[in-house]
Design a protein around this ligand. Sequence first.
Ligand code: MN
Length: 201
Amino acid sequence: MFTLPKLPYEYDALAPIIDEETMLIHHTKHHQTYVDKLNQALEGRNDLVGREVEDLVADLDNLPADIQTAVRNHGGGHANHSLFWRILRAPMEQNNPDGDIAELIKRDLGGPAGFKDQLTAAALGVFGSGWAWLVLEQNDKLAVVKTANQDSPLSAGQRPLLGLDVWEHAYYLKYQNRRAEYVNGFFDLINWDEVNKIAAS
Ligand code: MN
């Protein structure tokens, strides 16, 4: 059985960029629903017990056909949100990448400004619901990609290092249709220490 991970901070920790009510609903309702529906879909599938959600999502094509869609949507939703909460922290201005990830961003994306431009373009380029990502490709180079719905880069053989949720449920209460303002604020929330840990793991 999968369970909702606790947030590593309080619901109001990301304010004013992400408000407390949005965080509360996003975590306890939206993310919880992905967990519940994933558990429902896997009920009685003893062949899959004990596998991590990231492993299931990465192995989508080899799963039994009748659960692929549920794992893609709800497993993806669980994996994506679990990563999202982890790479956020209280707002910091001038929040540039540091450590090893800063070197990789310089090498592969043209530095912090290139990263911000590319992630912003990806986030604003998602039509409808989806995510923008910083990923490690199989050639060990960084790339910025976007996915639709709850699709995970893991299903495409990429390793997500950070993700930005651009479903309307992530920002609509505070920003309504102004996705660009929410995306701009996101850069002050990135926990680069955690991104470095994810990249090193
Ligand atoms: Mn979400």
